[in-house]
Ligand binder design. Sequence first.
Ligand code: FES
Length: 617
Amino acid sequence: MEGYKIKFEPLGLTGHCRADESLLACAQSAGIGIISLCGGKGNCQSCKVQLVEGTFSKPTAQELKAYSRQEIKEGWRLACQTCPTSDGKVGIPSTSLTTTQRVQTEGQEIAVPPEPVVLPYQLKLKTPSLTDAQADADRVLKAINHQHKLRCDNIDIGALSQLAPQLRSWKWQCRASVREKELVAFGPWPSRQLGLAVDLGTSKISGYLVDLDSGQTLAVNGMSNPQISYGEDIISRIAYATQSAAKAAQLQRLVVKALNKLASELCTEVKAKVGDIVDSVLVGNTAMHHLLVGLPVKQLAVSPFVPTVSRALDIKASRLGLKFAPGAYLHLLPNIAAFVGADHTAVLLATLNGLPKETTVAIDIGTNTEVSLIDQDGITTTSCASGPAFEGWHIKDGMRAATGAIERLRIVNNKIQYQTIDDAPAIGICGSGILDTVAQLYLAGALGEGGKMDEKNRRVRRGEKHLEFVLVGNKEKKDVPRAIVITQQDVREIQLAKAAIRTGIQALLEANGYGEEKIKRVIIAGAFGTYIDVANAMAIGMLPTLPPERFQQVGNAAGTGARLALISRAKRAAAQKIVSGIKYIELAGVPGFSKTFMQASYLGKYRLKQGKREKIG
Ligand code: FES
């Protein structure tokens, strides 16, 4: 085929680009979803890409308007304006990818040498006879210690219960999976050992099926946390669980059932069985952790918010009702303090390589948002109740990131441009779209800095209860079943959510005696945080105003950290070391907390200092 071969990273997909065809068109015909709010006219700047290798057409006037000279020099271009003139390589930042495409890049692999806690050994056994009728277990233990110079002294009782028929059907040759001095599973020889890493979030559960011997991730999947029907945030979940032991057990059962379903789906995808999972690692906030393990949670919700346990735990998965290999363990990474659980430990494990020279802030945005400030002196951490508004909850037309959700929105020359997931007719707005909407309405003057909607705006109407801004009218777009609006109340919800996050960042800065300018790197983790438009997040004051290049959106780093701990014994030890050096700050106990929170609810760019707000620009 004539034309040029363009490799799109990090997806690793290659497109064939005809001469004079734009990168956007090339990516689209290769099945890659790049956001293109203006449909390729060059005026929305949503199709940002970075040229890595090869030669390309000269920057157009629109690109020179979109980027500084330095940025052009660094390869930043608009995909709809750039045509290749040779084979090449192009990077697509996560913020330019449509939601459907993003799942392929979420929680990227970090190469670490596989050093799993469970190791496979080939066992060749003598067939029993009348002169050698020792018990199967003795035969296995003797053989493994002799053949591999080990000191195993135990076989898990569940694994043992299946051993007799297995050994006979495998003709006395098998794979023994050994953890420390215990044999936890058996399989035919040769056969692979699988591991499962789980990020158990308040709203979502993500699972990663890993080949323990190569360290490679074989399948990834996610699902909603079914406990959500019993409380959408941690506090209401705890309140439900503390009503009775039966209710706590019910929450535990729900999540165990979900984990079994997730594991089964992942295994089916790679033609394996859940019984092939010989090790697992789970991370989650302290409440999710305690509810899963069956620990009391009442004290977690009352000052001084003390967890029952912080250190790492190793529990037989079968004890919790998880249907992995009978002897498999579930390793729970250490919690930090109060609500800051092992999920944040995992984020730090995935994103830090020792203490950084430059002051770094790591934020994991979720229903509960964890924030850490890290520098050479150590790690200070806090947690803020940002609530589920960014998941689309409590937002009139809010929805999860699914087909038809508005995921990006811009207002250009008073015209609303938006992109929906899968380019389907708009049916609601997901988190990234909600954040864009509030920022763009503020920048367009339809919202004041206090969040008040401008009643005189021609798109503002009076709804059933509140004023509402019509984003998509059903008369404007025939394929849109009903109008999609953002209400005054929705704006208030977003103000509260973003104020919680900004207050958390501010509390850490003040605890260390730093101003915002001291922050040299901001790591934003979590499914929502990864795809937010950072410029819009700064425009509403959710994040401090800093040069854009200081922000790094890293995907589901909690999931990545869980995977690292699954494949590497050294990473499990590193997680314990990280936690032992953390200083935790309880936000509610910070002097001037309410003042800072109130100021942080304002829209716009500003600096905060001791509960005061100083506007920027
Ligand atoms: S699609 Fe490229 S700038 Fe709008």
